[in-house]
Design a protein around this ligand. Structure first.
Ligand SMILES: NC(=O)c1ccc[n+]([C@@H]2O[C@H](COP(=O)([O-])OP(=O)(O)OC[C@H]3O[C@@H](n4cnc5c(N)ncnc54)[C@H](OP(=O)(O)O)[C@@H]3O)[C@@H](O)[C@H]2O)c1
Length: 439
């Protein structure tokens, strides 16, 4: 049997500790499958004394991730610290510069510096694997980077943040407010004490930026994503969506259009009949539409120690199985030097269906005025319904419009025009509709 693959792990938190446990418990099976043993020879975290429920007494301890990356006797550096900068970024760079293979679950780092790191890896002939960085346990990186080679991808979209999906699911199923569901998610450990990064859509945006590059062969453009979180989704929106045959999900969508690539993260209405609408709770889903294969939808656990460690282990096993010195696949699917510049399609030219919810004074002529504002902007309506407003039943009513495919620019103009009308009460709500290919 070939020499053992020596692995150093930086970060022994939720994912790192699970990874150590799995590798130690399955040493024999892994050696048989990979044709060589996988041996953890170096570890580091912040606190050496913390009880992590794992036995690291016979593994060499390093004081910092950077020191481990520079000095440890290892073949693979596994980064499970997190963060776009600091120890994670410095240690990954140091490991790659040394020609070590790197495995990371760090989407923030890849979104910020993925192309630069891919270049270093490719120059040094090292592998840089990051399956766990997007949708945790779902093998979406491998699908895009390897399995779909030769396909032209037209759209990739998905539910990639378990916290948001958990909140939206509970709001719908139990009629609870956003604030109550967020508190519950925090109590159960599904949401961070500071949840902004998840609920404002930034976490989904990092993952989307990585998928866009793999899908379209363009440079990573994490700063060029249209971003809207779920904080202003109300129970009323969810109920109205349900009445109309939709569910609301936070989607990340990257789409090839005539004017460039659209990258957007926003609450989205998806038809109730679609598979993605049925993805509930902390589960993730990623759909890829391409010309040869058609639509591929992958659903599974998007986070958690074991699910994420499963992807990290798969990446390590790939390295164990590869021939020494043979770089099997470019880090980002296309060689880093050949990635095309990213050309952003403007959000105003996005085309799709829209849901608009307006609270208006209960006066005659309002319905006609709203219809007129839509017609002036050439917006064709699929439906327009009036509902009693439970909070202000006496004085106001709710009007819900669903449009046929329309340009975002037209919707913005129509909504601006309605905003200047005296009958409008409060802010209009606008939610984009996304349809799977055949619905
Ligand atoms: N958790 C998930 O479900 C999940 C899913 C997908 C991807 N990821 C990604 O996986 C990575 C790790 O996530 P996690 O949930 O395992 O995080 P975590 O539980 O917070 O663990 C982070 C680990 O890194 C160590 N650490 C932090 N800063 C350090 C520093 N400056 N120097 C040395 N060690 C440091 C911590 O040490 P101490 O333990 O001593 O504090 C801890 O062991 C992140 O990039 C995350 O985005 C996580």
């Amino acid at each position: 049997m070939a020499d053992a693959l020596k692995v150093g792990i930086a970060g022994l938190g939720t994912v790192g500790a699970s990874l150590v446990r799995i590798i130690q418990n399955r040493a024999n099976e892994l050696a048989t499958t990979c044709g060589r043993a996988i041996e953890i020879t170096a570890v580091t975290a912040r606190d050496r004394t913390r009880d992590r429920g794992i036995d690291i007494s016979r593994i060499q301890w390093f004081d910092t991730p950077e020191q481990l990356a520079r000095e440890a006797d290892i073949d693979v550096f596994v980064e499970l610290v997190g963060g776009a900068e600091g120890a994670a970024a410095n240690s990954v760079r140091a490991a790659l510069e040394r020609g070590l293979h790197v495995v990371t679950a760090n989407k923030a780092l890849l979104a910020a510096s993925g192309v630069e790191l891919a270049k270093i890896a490719e120059e040094k002939g090292a592998l840089l694997n990051f399956e766990a960085a997007v949708a945790g346990g779902i093998p979406v990186i491998k699908a895009l980077r390897e399995s779909l080679t030769g396909n032209t991808v037209s759209r990739v979209y998905g539910i990639m943040n378990g916290t948001c999906n958990y909140i939206l699911t509970r709001m719908e199923k139990e009629g609870l407010s956003f604030a109550d569901c967020l508190k519950e998610a925090q109590r159960l450990g599904y949401a961070e004490a500071d949840p902004a990064f998840d609920i404002e859509g930034n976490d989904t945006a990092h993952k989307l930026a990585i998928l866009t590059t793999l899908a379209f062969g363009t440079q990573i453009a994490a700063d060029e994503i249209y971003l809207e979180g779920i904080t202003n989704i109300s129970i009323e929106d969810i109920r109205a969506a349900s009445d109309l045959g939709y569910r609301i999900k936070l989607l990340g969508v990257a789409q090839r259009t005539e004017s460039g690539i659209e990258q957007r993260v926003h609450p989205t209405m998806v038809p109730y009949d679609s598979v993605i609408a049925q993805v509930d709770g902390v589960t993730n889903a990623v759909a890829i539409e391409s010309d040869i294969l058609g639509e591929l939808l992958m659903v599974g656990p998007g986070a958690g120690g074991n699910a994420t460690a499963s992807s990290v282990l798969g990446d390590i096993a790939d390295i164990a199985k590869s021939r020494p010195g043979a770089q099997r696949v470019p880090v980002l699917g296309t060689p880093a030097a050949a990635l095309a510049p990213y050309k952003r399609a403007q959000m105003q030219s996005h085309e799709g269906g829209y849901f608009i919810r307006l609270t208006v004074a209960d006066r005659t002529g309002v319905f006609a005025s709203i219809a007129a504002r839509m017609a002036e902007n050439a917006i064709s309506l699929e439906s327009i319904v009036q509902r009693a407003n439970p909070d202000t039943a006496e004085t106001a009513k709710t009007i819900i419009l669903v449009t046929h495919a329309t340009m975002e620019d037209s919707i913005r103009k129509a909504v601006e025009a309605i905003k200047s009308e005296s009958y409008l009460v409060g802010e209009p709500q606008v939610i984009r509709i996304e349809r799977p290919k055949d619905l």
